[in-house]
Design a protein around this ligand. Structure first.
Ligand SMILES: CC(C)(COP(=O)(O)OP(=O)(O)OC[C@H]1O[C@@H](n2cnc3c(N)ncnc32)[C@H](O)[C@@H]1OP(=O)(O)O)[C@@H](O)C(=O)NCCC(=O)NCCS
Length: 339
């Protein structure tokens, strides 16, 4: 047996988000347009979900093009060049190619043919999952800079005549650049609290697999997402507040230290229920991007953060709690410093 020792990575260093960027499709879809296809009303959609309008992508606004646009903004915001990127992680459930990964194509289009690149499938928790992976890579030195992208074209997989989902899902991309915190700076990304509960697989899922959709008796059609909204609503509103509290505890902070709270933009009432249970002080700014963006799954948290920075509701350096949750059921939350 060889007595040689494998050289381990260096001592962990602190990581942080260096920049953030988003892409919002140009087409605004109003509740009036949605209810042309379902038995519903503007009033019901607003009061039950908080959504006033959403964005749906045009044909030329693809998973790839939206991601590249968002990542370019995040890189510019971070002051990081494409050649400094060591890894690109893309969370999506709507890239319609099984292979190659969206990440490899996006990395190339960003201007690097060197970075490691891979996709993950963690639904609406995808941004927080990706951020956790990126943070750990930077901390142990596996990568210097990582681009994390959450991107969806959920309109492709939404049945526009299904009133349980048609008003909810939307399209967009959000990106973050993760890198070393530098110097003796404190950690900018706290420990992740994450998990899954597969006994609830049926609560939100793609109804049929691709083969069944293609060879259906009624002819080929896109598979659709189906959702049992109310059980998801109850799970998210109650169980996720506990996970959010665990993420605060893991980072060694309390709600009184927070400046910003950005949960996955699933439903305004879920956001309000979580804020109440966490006993968030009134002064904590809350991400409410869902009102005009809809539920964009993995893209929703970075898009909401970008919006809050643009409006001045969040400032660089603010302490924020983020938490994503969705199909699986999966969840992940962490405390971050806003870049
Ligand atoms: C979908 C959602 C907005 C529905 O709200 P809800 O308060 O749970 O509503 P319910 O499903 O209990 O339905 C309440 C009533 O509205 C009706 N309804 C359902 N969809 C409707 C629609 N689009 N328009 C009008 N009425 C509707 C129901 O039939 C029901 O009527 P009834 O009381 O006569 O039986 C909510 O459950 C939700 O947001 N769930 C979580 C979504 C989510 O986070 N998904 C993915 C995680 S990423």
């Amino acid at each position: 047996m060889s007595g040689v020792t494998i050289q381990a990575e260096r001592q962990p260093r602190a990581s942080r988000i260096l920049g953030i960027g988003g892409y919002r499709p140009s087409r605004v879809v109003t509740n009036a347009e949605i209810i042309e296809n379902i038995d519903s009303s503007d009033e019901w959609i607003r009061t039950r979900s908080g959504i006033e309008s959403r964005r749906w992508a045009n044909d030329d606004e693809t998973v790839i093009s939206m991601s590249v646009a968002a990542a370019q903004k995040a890189l510019a915001d971070a002051g990081v060049q494409p050649e400094q990127v060591d890894c690109v992680i893309v969370s999506t459930v709507t890239h319609l190619y099984q292979t190659p990964s969206a990440a490899a194509e996006i990395a190339h289009k960003l201007g690097t043919n060197r970075a490691a690149a891979f996709d993950i499938s963690a639904a609406c928790a995808g941004f927080c999952y990706g951020l956790s992976l990126a943070s750990d890579m930077v901390r142990v030195g596996t990568a210097g800079h990582v681009v994390v992208i959450g991107v969806e074209r959920l309109s492709d997989l939404t049945d526009k005549t299904d009133r349980s989902t048609a008003f909810l899902f939307a399209d967009g991309a959000g990106a973050a650049v993760v890198g070393p915190a530098g110097g003796a700076a404190e950690a900018g990304i706290g420990p992740v609290v994450w998990g899954s509960d597969g006994q609830h697989l049926d609560h939100i899922k793609q109804k049929e697999n691709w083969r069944d959709a293609l060879y259906s008796e009624t002819g080929p059609e896109m598979p659709h997402l189906v959702m049992q909204g109310n059980p998801v609503f109850r799970w998210a509103s109650y169980e996720m507040a506990k996970v959010a509290q665990e993420a605060l505890d893991a980072a060694g902070v309390t709600v009184d230290d927070l400046d910003v709270f950005v949960p996955h933009q699933a439903n305004m009432r879920i956001t309000d229920a979580m804020a109440r249970q966490l006993k968030l002080p009134e002064r904590v700014a809350i991400g409410r991007d869902i009102a005009t963006q809809g539920n964009t799954s993995a893209a929703s948290i970075p898009l909401a953060i970008e919006r809050m920075l643009e409006t001045g509701e969040a400032q660089s350096g603010d302490l924020a709690l983020i938490i994503g949750f969705g199909a699986g059921l999966v969840y992940a939350g962490q405390v971050i410093r806003i870049p």
